[in-house]
Design a protein around this ligand. Structure first.
Ligand SMILES: [Zn+2]
Length: 93
């Protein structure tokens, strides 16, 4: 994930899109349709990962593929295993 200082974002560009995707609609004439698609893909992946984790039995893990969008395209960070642990109330019984 790009980690640009606010001053590194060109004037008029979306700071949040640069922080999350590494680019925005105004970069290289990508356009709002591409940026909207990038947000939808990101949110769908987040939703899928959250559901997989929520549905996993406690103390078991799920494997989630992490992909980040960069100005030169998506970068696959590989598959990582995450585990859902019981919350404090569930541990107390
Ligand atoms: Zn931009």
């Amino acid at each position: 994930m790009a980690d640009l200082a606010p001053s590194a974002v060109p004037p008029g560009h979306s700071a949040v899109a640069h922080r999350v995707h590494g680019w925005c609609a105004l970069c290289d004439a990508r356009g709002y349709a591409k940026e909207t698609m990038a947000w939808r893909v990101r949110e769908n992946r987040r939703e899928d990962a959250a559901r997989a984790l929520a549905d996993a039995p406690p103390n078991t893990g799920v494997e989630i593929q992490l992909i980040v969008n960069t100005p030169s395209g998506p970068v696959d960070l590989g598959t990582h295993r995450f585990a859902r642990v019981p919350d404090e109330g569930a541990r107390r019984g």
